[in-house]
Design a protein around this ligand. Structure first.
Ligand code: COI
Length: 355
C-alpha cells in the first residue's frame, strides 16, 4: 500500500492529559484509557483520512445500524516498551489482515492497511508514555469498526467508523481457570461467523458462560456445534492440550479464530523441540487422559491473556483436576513469547516490529 505516512495524520490533542491520575502499578485489564484515539470514517463510498482525536464519547443517532444489526468487528493487539524506551508491536500485520477478513464476512468495507498501520504508529508516538513497563502489563490496543449509517432496513450500512483506542492494562486473568465443557450452546457453526472477530460472537458467549459461572466454573470450553464431541476454543481463546509430552490444538476452521498467539505458540513449541499435533481433539480423549494421568496441561491462548493455564474441567457432572506439574509447557511458552514481545530476547521468527 504505502499511500499515506504517519506524518500526514491530523492530530487534535487533549488540553490536559489524565495520565497523572493512573496507577500504573495496579492496572486491571482494559479499564482505563489513554488520552487519544485514532478514528477513521467511511463515508461517500470511501474511507476518509484517519485522524487522531481526544478519547471521548461519540454521538450516534438511535437509528444507527450498529444498534440494530450488530455490524461490528474488532481486534486485540498490544504495544510494549523496553528499557531503552523503544516501542514494539507483535506481528501487527496479522491483526490488520484479520480485521479485513472479519470485515469481508460482516459486509463491512475493508480498511486500507496503511491507514491502520500508519495511524497506529502516529498514535503510539503520541501515547508512548501510556505504555506500562511492569511485567505482565502492556498497552492493550483495541481497533474496531462498526456501522454508523442510519435506517431500520436490515441491510449493510453506507457509513462506518473505525476507532483504535488504547488501554494500559495488567493481566487478563489472575490465577488458574476452571472450565466447563459445553455441550448445549455453541460458539459458532459451519457457515457462520466463528472465524471472524465479530462483536456478536462474544455477546453470544456471555449467557452460557454465566450459567457455567453459576456452577462454579470461570469459563467454558466450546465444542463443535454438530456433534459436541470435539473441543474447539476455550472462552474467548484458542485451546491447547498437552497429553504426555505432545501439545495438541484443533486446526483452525470456519468456526475457529485464527489466533495470532495460537500460531506463534505452535512455532515456538516446534522450535523448542516440543512435539506438536494440529488435529481435532475429542472430549472423550481428554476425559480418558485425565483418568489415566496422561493429561498434563490444558491452556487457553490469546492476545489478552497470552497463555492462561486451566486447572481442571467439568464434564457431565464430573470434575477432572489437572495436577500442577514442574516445567509446564504453558510457563515455558509464555515466558518465551512474552520475552520476544517485550524485546528481552532475540526474535528468530521476525515477529517483533519496532515502531
Ligand atoms: C484477545 O485475546 O485479545 C481476545 O480477543 C479476547 C478479548 C475478548 C479480550
Amino acid at each position: 500500500m504505502g499511500n499515506i505516512t504517519k506524518e500526514q495524520i491530523e492530530i487534535t490533542k487533549v488540553n490536559t492529559s489524565k495520565i497523572e491520575s493512573i496507577d500504573f502499578n495496579n492496572l486491571a485489564f482494559g479499564q482505563v484509557f489513554s488520552d487519544h484515539m485514532l478514528t477513521c470514517d467511511y463515508i461517500d463510498g470511501k474511507w476518509q483520512m484517519p485522524k487522531i482525536e481526544p478519547f471521548a464519547s461519540i454521538s450516534l443517532m438511535p437509528s444507527a445500524k450498529i444498534f440494530h444489526y450488530g455490524q461490528s468487528i474488532f481486534e486485540g493487539m498490544k504495544a510494549y516498551k523496553d528499557s531503552n524506551d523503544d516501542v514494539f508491536l507483535f506481528r501487527p500485520m496479522e491483526n490488520v489482515k484479520r480485521l479485513n477478513i472479519s470485515a469481508k464476512r460482516l459486509a463491512i468495507p475493508e480498511i486500507p492497511e496503511d491507514y491502520f498501520m500508519e495511524g497506529l504508529k502516529a498514535l503510539l508516538d503520541l501515547e508512548k508514555d501510556w505504555i506500562p513497563t511492569k511485567e505482565g502489563s502492556s498497552l492493550y490496543l483495541r481497533p474496531f469498526v462498526f456501522s454508523t449509517g442510519e435506517g431500520f432496513h436490515a441491510s449493510p450500512s453506507n457509513a462506518y467508523k473505525f476507532i483504535l483506542a488504547c488501554a494500559p492494562s495488567g493481566p487478563y486473568f489472575s490465577g488458574k481457570v476452571k472450565v466447563l465443557i459445553e455441550e448445549t450452546y455453541s460458539r459458532s457453526a459451519n457457515g457462520g461467523v466463528g472465524y471472524a472477530k465479530a462483536g456478536g460472537n462474544y455477546a453470544g458467549q456471555f449467557y452460557p458462560t454465566q450459567l457455567a459461572k453459576d456452577k462454579g466454573y470461570q469459563q467454558v470450553i466450546w465444542t463443535d456445534d454438530t456433534s459436541h464431541e470435539y473441543i474447539e476454543e476455550a472462552g474467548a481463546m484458542n485451546v491447547f492440550v498437552r497429553i504426555n509430552d505432545t501439545l495438541l490444538t484443533s486446526p483452525i476452521s470456519e468456526r475457529i479464530l485464527d489466533g495470532v498467539t495460537r500460531k506463534s505458540i505452535l512455532d515456538i513449541a516446534k522450535a523448542e523441540g516440543i512435539n506438536t499435533e494440529v488435529r481435532k481433539v475429542k472430549v472423550s480423549e481428554l476425559v480418558e487422559a485425565a483418568k489415566n494421568g496422561s493429561l498434563k496441561e490444558i491452556f487457553g491462548a490469546g492476545t489478552a491473556a497470552v497463555i492462561s493455564p486451566i486447572s481442571g474441567f467439568g464434564f457431565r457432572g464430573e470434575d477432572y483436576e489437572i495436577p500442577e506439574i514442574d516445567n509446564a509447557y504453558a510457563t515455558k511458552l509464555k515466558n518465551r513469547i512474552v520475552k520476544i514481545q517485550t524485546n528481552k530476547t532475540d526474535d528468530p521468527f521476525g515477529w517483533r516490529v519496532k515502531v
